[in-house]
Design a protein around this ligand. Structure first.
Ligand code: BES
Ligand code: ZN
Ligand code: ZN
Length: 479
């Protein structure tokens, strides 16, 4: 679907149909030409309410929350996809941020995952033309609008790309395959690309990562992509959990919990999506995307509860549960990142790390953890702008104590029953160098990464959580 800006008034553009947003239930606006018909259809213009009159699609939108624009425009596209129109036109509602939300909504709402369906999804709608005419009769700067549309296209396309990889089945999307995709992204976006396998992990003493991958016939990959602009303002590292499958290992998951664990690579895929967007937007930030990709499987040589693993930084870890594997992979990848990359300004990790985070915050919200309140605040702020939900989960010294082990430096799971998202974050903090403590933030996307009941502009399956949040934060610090 093509989205274009036309520098003329709405009435001057001829398209098969028109999308009209009904803002705050105002049926009196001049673009609402069918108010009588709408009334007879009992259309009141509540958020995301849709009505079609001839070739005009009306959708209600609330202006109080900008994300409602994304939700409404996604709904508009989904409605149009069921009709027979080839092209549509629409005006501009509000400022450039709202235009961006509208375009993101079109692209996110247009997403369908039909890779494994014999009947492919095909939409008649090929083009949406945005007229340079303001709903509020304000003068618009076409440069700002154009750049908003461009940004929206880049970001939403990267979200859909991320959704595609996460949705791909585990038998196909192995660590090796993920590395292949990363290589392709690197080539297209002119990123430096390093791919390492088991041999390298052994050489580097990444024994926690190696233990997790051991029972799998699909070998691990460490993926490291770099966006290195000429005059970079900052250096940011993003480490993604890339469990292409998490069976739980010997601490095997019950079958209904194992289902959807193809999505345990969501952090890795979001990292890829974000660096792709950053490169396309050519942000003046040096960004490193580091992915630990492997499977957590069962087998005769599987790592066991009771094992003690020595991570790359020398910390010994008592394995009490092989299903708490993501933190083991991330531990070594965080060590690798901090050894390999000098003078880091910020380091993030992003992972579908704990079911406890979903219990704490619900399935729509990312958990944000770390020692630096200001940094966390800036993440929450960018997240809000991006349309992703996130909330801070605070560390404390009592929860930290729950990771003590009788036999090793730390245990891979907490001895307590509660606060599992935070103790997982605190576990990771053991692998953050002292000088990087205040530069680090941990993002737990276990809730929003995979959608079982559609919400907002997210259909069933991967949501691409993290891509917009990270890209927005990197955009915000570029200013
Ligand atoms: N990948 C899971 C976490 C998860 C759960 C992601 C639900 C998405 C949805 C992770 O590896 C895991 O199994 N964590 C355990 C940790 C526990 C053993 C301390 C969990 O959350 O139950
Ligand atoms: Zn697990
Ligand atoms: Zn996992």
């Amino acid at each position: 679907m093509k989205i274009e800006l036309i520098k003329s008034n709405l009435s001057k553009i001829n398209r098969d149909c028109e999308i009209v947003f009904v803002v705050n239930k105002n049926l009196k606006h001049k673009w609402v030409v069918d108010s009588k018909a709408l009334k007879s259809l009992n259309f009141t213009g509540t958020q995301s309410e849709v009505a079609t009159v001839e070739n005009r699609i009306y959708i209600g939108v609330d202006f109080s929350d900008i994300d409602d624009m994304r939700i409404a425009s996604a709904k508009a596209i989904q409605t149009l996809n069921k009709l027979n129109f080839k092209s549509a036109k629409v005006g501009i509602y509000g400022d450039s941020d709202r235009v961006r939300a509208m375009v993101e909504g079109f692209i996110l709402g247009n997403y369908k995952f039909d890779k494994y369906k014999s009947q492919k999804f095909e939409s008649k709608l090929k083009k949406v033309s945005i007229a340079l005419e303001s709903f509020k009769a304000k003068k618009l700067k076409s440069k700002d609008i154009e750049s908003s549309i461009e940004s929206a296209k880049v970001i939403a396309t990267s979200v859909n790309f991320t959704r595609d990889i996460v949705n791909s089945m585990p038998d196909e999307l192995t660590p090796k395959e993920l590395a292949k995709i990363a290589k392709k992204v690197a080539k297209e976006s002119k990123l430096d690309c390093i791919i390492e396998d088991e041999k390298f992990l052994k050489k580097e003493g990444m024994n926690a990562f190696l233990a997790v991958t051991r029972a799998s016939t699909n070998g691990p990959r460490l993926i490291h992509l770099t966006h290195k602009p000429k005059r970079a303002k900052r250096k940011v590292v993003i480490v993604g959990k890339g469990l292409t499958y998490d069976s739980g290992g010997l601490s095997l998951k019950p079958s209904n919990f194992m289902l959807t664990m193809k999505a345990d690579k969501s952090g890795a895929c979001a990292t890829l999506g974000a660096i792709q967007a950053v490169a396309k937007l050519n942000l003046p930030i040096e960004v490193h995307a580091i992915i630990g990709a492997c499977e957590n499987m069962v087998g005769g040589d599987a790592y066991k509860p009771d094992d003690v693993l020595v991570a790359k930084n020398g910390t010994s870890i008592e394995v009490k549960n092989t299903d708490a594997e993501g933190r083991l992979v991330l531990a070594d990848c965080l060590c690798y990142a901090q050894n390999k990359i000098k003078n880091i300004d910020n380091i993030f990790d992003i992972a579908t790390l704990t079911g406890a985070c979903v219990v704490a915050l619900g399935e729509y919200t990312t958990g944000v953890m770390g020692f630096n309140e200001k940094l966390k605040e800036s993440i929450l702020n960018s997240s809000q702008k991006s349309g992703e939900l996130s909330a801070s989960l605070p560390f404390n010294k009592y929860l930290e104590k729950l990771l003590t082990s009788e036999v090793a430096d730390i245990s891979n799971v907490s001895s307590g029953r509660y606060g599992g998202a935070i103790t997982a974050g605190l576990f990771l903090s053991n692998f953050i160098k002292r000088e990087n403590r205040d530069k680090w933030v941990h993002l737990d996307i276990a809730g929003p990464a995979f959608v079982e009941k559609p919400w907002g502009y997210n259909p069933y399956g991967a949501s691409g959580a993290g891509v917009r949040l990270l890209t927005q934060w990197l955009k915000d610090i570029s200013k």
